[in-house]
Design a protein around this ligand. Sequence first.
Ligand code: AR6
Length: 177
Amino acid sequence: MKIKNTTIELIKGDITTIEVDAIVNAANSSLLGGGGVDGAIHRKGGSQILEECKAIRNRQGGCKTGEAVYTTAGLLPAKYVIHTVGPVWSKENNKNNQLLTNCYYNSLSIAKNLQVTSIAFPNISTGVYKFPKKEAANIAINSVRSFLESENHHLKTVIFICFDDENYRLYQEILGD
Ligand code: AR6
């Protein structure tokens, strides 16, 4: 799928192995690491990423839900890691969708400022944070589409990396692969 000059790709796999300018991390507001994709990124990326996260914490006290910050990527093949904090899904919270949209939008804004040409997103909030996968996939794709249609940027490739079969299938359906 193509949006203006940017190609949208779908890959099933592990985001820590992808050679792109920036990978996005589904972090938590402490920025100190955790499980899931966050754990994998810190484990494979080495201590440099955590050191930079700690410096950001000291400067601004972590990262709020829906916002994003960036570090270099340590030992990973990417150049940067953009850390964003997805919402913890709950039925009562009517801000879930907006906060998840903000994650994609704010990550792409950082990518724009860094002038990166390729970025890879995991399925933010759909693991530990329990966001319903179909809804999250629609939000992810719509947010990316709306950013690419409305902003000037250097992105040539945006990749959605799905780790689990269910997400991969949902993205295939929505993207029409
Ligand atoms: N590459 C790509 N995707 C992955 C990988 C990987 N190596 N590993 C898991 N996923 P989660 P969240 C997928 O739980 O729901 C952490 O503890 C996974 O299949 O990583 O936003 C943080 O520190 C799922 O679809 O993130 C936070 O505390 C997706 O990544 C909390 O979890 C997101 O699952 C954030 O929860």
